[in-house]
Design a protein. Structure first.
Length: 85
C-alpha cells in the first residue's frame, strides 16, 4: 500500500485575510522571483509612455499567471481571521 503523504504546498495560505503568503519551497521562490523579474521587464518591453495598453495587458497576464500557479500549488485559501489557539 502506498504511503499517502500530505501535499507539499509552494505557497501557504495567509493567516489574516484571503490569499497566499511568501513561498515556502524553492519552487515557489523560483516562480515568485521569475514573476517579479518579468513584471519589472514590462516597462522595458512595453514602455507605458508609448504602449500603455500593451503594458497593462502584459502586467495583467503576469499577475494572472502567478495567481493561477498559486491556486494550483498553494494551500487552499479562504477568508481567515487568524489562527485559533
Amino acid at each position: 500500500m502506498a504511503d499517502k503523504s500530505p501535499p507539499q504546498y509552494w505557497f501557504p495560505a495567509k493567516t489574516y485575510g484571503w490569499g497566499w503568503g511568501l513561498p515556502i519551497t524553492w519552487q515557489g521562490w523560483l516562480v515568485f522571483l521569475a514573476a517579479l523579474a518579468l513584471f519589472a521587464c514590462g516597462a522595458f518591453l512595453f514602455p507605458p509612455e508609448t504602449m500603455l495598453v500593451g503594458y497593462i495587458v502584459y502586467e495583467a497576464a503576469i499577475v494572472a499567471a502567478l495567481i493561477f500557479i498559486c491556486q494550483r500549488k498553494g494551500e487552499p485559501t479562504s477568508w481567515r481571521w487568524g489562527k485559533k489557539k
